[in-house]
Design a protein around this ligand. Sequence first.
Ligand code: AP5
Ligand code: MG
Length: 193
Amino acid sequence: MLNLILFGPPGSGKGTQSEKLIAKYGLKHLSTGDILRSEIAQKTPLGLEAKNIMDKGQLVPDEVVIGMISCALETNPGAKGFLFDGFPRTSAQAEALDKLLELKGVSINRMLAMEVSEEELVNRLLKRGETSGRPDDNNEGVIRARIAEYHNKTAAVAEYYQKFDKVVRVKGEGGVDEIFQSLCNEIDAVMQV
Ligand code: AP5
Ligand code: MG
């Protein structure tokens, strides 16, 4: 089983690259942001609770997203592996994920961390906000709040996996295909071990 975390700040290209990676490696894509937006679209109680928090650019409580991931792991017992996108985002989430995977007798093989400058992140998200309809993209203050949450709470997750020597850093600026190739090179190297 191949279990990967695609890591990076808001707008670093996690969703864009995930689509290409799951097609190539046959992994199940688990994006907590996508699951939360689907809950909002269906107006579930969880979605209604999460919406106010997401619209401000803040993180949804750990227990909510950990519960979502636990459920997704249980409902995909035959998966060849998982690609985690936007999760884990706090040290508590990382510890919970490791425990959930341990119960299945597996672990995270690699964290692929995409690095993009803050100026590029803001430009990408403002541009997408012109058409996406995502409330957290159409206001520079909210975009900067998301980036601040990343620095304050999420960056530490890379340090957590660094302790286990599981992190590789990849340049997340340039063409989408060029970045995809760098990610594939890293994944292919893990698969040969
Ligand atoms: P989430 O949905 O995870 O959003 P995010 O991480 O803030 O950022 P994005 O998904 O917008 O960016 P991305 O890295 O996927 O980049 P993308 O490929 O889209 O989370 C949203 C919210 O949900 C959070 O703020 C939080 O409230 C909540 N949440 C989610 N998970 C949570 C968790 N685990 N715990 C707590 N709360 C959680 O690309 C962005 C744009 O750039 C696109 O327009 C794309 O076309 C463009 N682009 C991509 N690659 C390139 C390139 N190489 N060059 C130029 N443009 C590019
Ligand atoms: Mg995304």
